[in-house]
Write a protein that binds this ligand. Structure first.
Ligand code: CIR
Length: 263
């Protein structure tokens, strides 16, 4: 069973952090409806959705992906790069403790979950304004072969440019395939994968959520959506326009993991 942890939209979302997107008015009621449709898509793909109550004093709290990393073996509370987002961590960590042994990124380390892309036994970590070398080194130790005998991961730091997170620039869309924006990350890092590039007019289009072999993907990138469908990848399209105004993408609205632990 796949678990999806989500959090309801804060009514203060208009005060969110913004880095590469200009501030425009957000329709909170519409954001809530879109978020519910996103949760429904997760349910329809067989996930058990654990929806946490909104944290109205924390504008970005709907973006739960950034505050924790969940692997088959352990979970890690992150220390988000934006100080305003650090109070979001504790309540999600409390839930994760029920599922995995829980570790933490300590100061001066910072990591946003949006910078962490796991593919198989490799973890690519975006080096962004939100994720630093100390955070990356701490993650490397926590998932090393020494820490997880027989189940260690290789951690590869990846430089990003012009975007918020690594997963703004690249996500996995099939076992052997990534969806990628070549302007925001060096495609050579993913040379071992088949690569589907975003349409040049859809620069934010590289972020897809993968549930089993299926994707959840925004309706706002129709040309890239067609590329995914032409590649034979099953896609559920969702309208997340209001969350995109908060610089959110589809991966960032859930923490997705297998219920059972692997030791
Ligand atoms: C932020 O800047 O932190 C939020 N406004 C958006 C976070 C999006 N997170 C993600 O893509 N993982």
């Amino acid at each position: 069973m796949m678990i999806a942890i989500t959090r309801e939209v804060s009514d203060s979302i208009a005060n969110c952090q913004l880095s590469f997107v200009g501030r425009t008015p957000i329709d909170v009621a519409l954001a809530e409806r879109q978020h519910h449709a996103y949760q429904k898509a997760l349910l329809a793909l067989g996930c058990r959705v654990e929806s946490l109550p909104a944290q109205h004093d924390l504008p970005d709290a709907v973006f739960v992906e950034d505050v924790a990393l969940v692997f088959d073996e352990i979970a890690i509370r992150t220390r988000p790069g934006a100080p305003s987002r650090r109070p979001e961590v504790a309540s999600v960590a409390q839930v994760l403790e029920r599922y995995r042994p829980l570790y933490a990124i300590e100061p001066p380390g910072t990591i946003d979950g949006g910078d962490v892309l796991r593919i198989g036994r490799t973890i690519y970590v975006g080096q962004s304004a939100r994720t630093n070398a100390s955070g990356t080194d701490q993650l490397r130790e926590l998932v090393s072969e020494a820490a997880l005998p027989g189940r260690g991961y290789t951690v590869i730091p990846v430089t990003t440019r012009g975007c918020l997170h690594l997963k703004s620039a690249v996500t996995q869309v099939a076992d052997d395939t990534v969806l990628i924006n070549p302007d925001w990350v060096d495609t050579a890092v993913f040379a071992n994968f088949r690569q589907i590039e975003v349409d040049p007019d859809e620069e934010h289009g590289a972020n897809a959520v993968r549930v089993g072999d299926h994707l959840i993907y925004p309706t706002s990138f129709p040309r890239t959506l067609k590329r995914l469908m032409d590649a034979g990848i099953p896609v559920t399209a969702v309208d997340v326009s209001e969350l995109q105004k908060a610089e959110g993408a589809v991966t960032c609205c859930s923490l997705l993991f297998r219920e059972s632990i692997t030791r």
